[in-house]
Design a protein around this ligand. Sequence first.
Ligand SMILES: [Fe+2]
Ligand SMILES: [Fe+2]
Length: 273
Amino acid sequence: MTHPIPIRKMTFEVPATEVFNPLYIAGNATLSYMHTALGLYVVHLEPFIVKSLRKVMPLIRDEALKEEVDRFCRQESQHYQKHADFNELILARNYPGLEARIKRVRDDFDGYLHHRSDRFRVGFVEGFESFTSQNALTLLASGLYEHKRSEPRFAGLFKWHLFEEIEHRNVAYDIYQHLYGNYLVRAGLCWMAQRHLFSFYADCMRLMSAAEGERSGARYRTTFKHRLLFTRVDPFVKRLRTMLPGYTPHHLRIPAGFATLADQLSAQATSVQ
Ligand SMILES: [Fe+2]
Ligand SMILES: [Fe+2]
């Protein structure tokens, strides 16, 4: 029987630079730039996740959890490698200020790896995971990846990635609880990690809107109101939930049809372990 956290090796065709349309999610600027920001972010976040958790692996005293952490790391490794290919298209588009903003993210994660404690890193990872698993459920249910104006190759990439975020939703929380368990530290790191992500989202959306709006017209712009809605207002309840004392991802409601989608993705994979 396959483990509930399977390692799928996927092959995605990347669109050619000449035909790439930056409004690849539902033809909508705000939603597309938000996905673009996520793709740019995870190629720095996910290697940080893997390194942070590999460091504490010898401290885990539970064999089943050890295997889950190993699988979690291997899923994340697949994610960032695939996003890196798609990111080439984005980085070729010349967004003034974007390179410097990405460098800040990279420097932050380098600093956390070298100058912070294991507890900080594991809590920080948990802070992301607790938000992204909830958000993955919302995005997958939204129908955005089946939308007629969504680019199928990008949609396929995000659908696979977000689905696996749900598959490994409990792992970061479980390892944090197993090794540390301090509630206030966990809540503080949720706040910090999620703020780090959303400030990057907001900056990317602003930079992309300005550059694409200038060269391609009004449809390619996002408004301040939309950016505020997507990076502050909309995530507020999900973020708050992760910081409450009773929070656990084990209580997330997983919709019917989840197993079918897991099988479909596994059938698309070139290998499953
Ligand atoms: Fe991931
Ligand atoms: Fe994840």
